[in-house]
Design a protein around this ligand. Structure first.
Ligand SMILES: Cc1cc2nc3c(=O)[nH]c(=O)nc-3n(C[C@H](O)[C@H](O)[C@H](O)COP(=O)(O)OP(=O)(O)OC[C@H]3O[C@@H](n4cnc5c(N)ncnc54)[C@H](O)[C@@H]3O)c2cc1C
Length: 311
């Protein structure tokens, strides 16, 4: 009998794993738990900016989820508890992502309904001045009456001259920049969007996968440090960061499951965020480039991704 491989969540890494399901099925009895679609976060700001019609990615044809949600997990008994009952596993791959802090409407995980809510609001208050918050502010100001961005600083990881330029561009575009921390009872206009970063989901600690308020520790192969039959991908893993890492983690796990034992290698990721119409800011470590070419490159990458998983 083949070992049972249970895949949970339609995160970026899981899409890569599911893409090779035919090869996996030769060695495993593969079972999937999760939704039939998800939002590709790299592209949904372009939907808000009316540059793309959709940012939804779909579960591959020919795969039927046995349940739609992991409710909890018992790594000792090796069972996933779902809304439809218990599912046992020999090997488990988790790709359920981390969650927003709860300072407003969660952008993680983003949903189709969430995208519609943002589209339907004529004013938004964005909390957090990292790449996600700044990109959303630039996207929202193209179609909304009023956009406020609350952040003690804008793009704090980037050089001071780039931060100054981006702040000027935000203000010139019409964004109201409030350079302080947002408090839950602070004045705000319209829908509040929480882009202040992600935090661990509560069930990780309850299942014994992580300490309180901590991301999940893995070895160099992305296996849980205590439970070697559990692989952790994407934002859940303490050693990974961002969507590019999430994709790479899925590619690593599927290769490992198919017999390639080379360890996961962490790399600095190239990041490109939408800014003014026809422009984007590319960042690689401390190196940045703002202009039309990064925009064209981003459009190419995102359209290729959506062609692969969005149809
Ligand atoms: C506005 C914005 C723009 C961004 N742009 C970029 C970018 O350009 N480049 C970049 O590298 N990163 C970007 N990021 C970060 C990137 O989105 C995340 O790092 C990435 O989504 C992490 O992927 P993941 O696979 O961990 O999980 P996620 O993408 O969070 O997916 C998890 C999936 O699991 C599902 N799920 C959750 N809980 C359960 C459960 N209990 N049972 C079953 N299913 C469940 C969710 O519904 C979701 O479909 C951006 C983030 C935001 C907010």
């Amino acid at each position: 009998m083949k070992p049972r491989l249970v895949l949970v969540g339609l995160g970026h890494g899981q899409l890569e794993i599911l893409d090779r399901i035919d090869e996996l099925r030769t060695s495993y009895d593969v079972v999937y738990i999760g939704g039939k679609d998800a939002i590709y976060t790299g592209a949904f700001p372009q939907v808000i900016a009316k540059e793309l019609d959709y940012a939804t990615v779909h579960l591959r044809e020919g795969i039927e989820p046995v349940a739609s949600r992991l409710v909890s997990l018992d790594p000792i008994r090796r069972v996933v508890i779902t809304e439809a009952g218990e599912v046992s596993y020999d090997v488990l791959v988790l790709a359920t992502g981390a969650v927003s802090r709860g300072l407003g409407m969660a952008v993680k995980p983003m949903t189709k309904e969430g995208v519609h809510r943002i589209e339907a609001s004529d004013a938004v208050t964005i909390v957090g001045g990292g790449k996600a918050g700044v990109e959303l502010a630039f996207a929202c100001i193209r179609t909304k009456r009023h956009v406020t961005l609350y952040a003690p600083d804008v793009l704090p990881d980037l050089p001071a001259r780039v931060r100054r330029k981006m702040k000027r561009r935000l203000v010139k575009s019409g964004v109201t920049l409030v350079l302080r921390k947002y408090k839950k009872d602070a004045c705000h206009d319209g829908l509040v969007l929480d882009t202040s970063g992600v935090v661990p989901d509560v069930w990780w600690e309850a299942a014994g996968l992580a300490n309180a308020d901590a991301f999940i520790e893995t070895d160099r192969n992305l296996r849980h440090i205590d439970y070697e039959n559990i692989f952790i991908t994407g934002d859940m893993a303490s050693r990974l960061n961002g969507g590019v890492d999430a994709v790479r983690s899925g590619r690593h796990v599927v290769r490992y499951l198919l017999g390639d034992r080379r360890p996961f290698r962490k790399r600095a990721s190239l990041n490109i965020m939408l800014t003014l119409p026809g422009h984007a800011l590319l960042t690689y470590r401390k190196w940045t480039w703002h202009g039309r070419l990064p925009y064209d490159l981003k459009r190419f990458i995102d359209q290729r991704y959506l062609k692969r998983f969005g149809q």
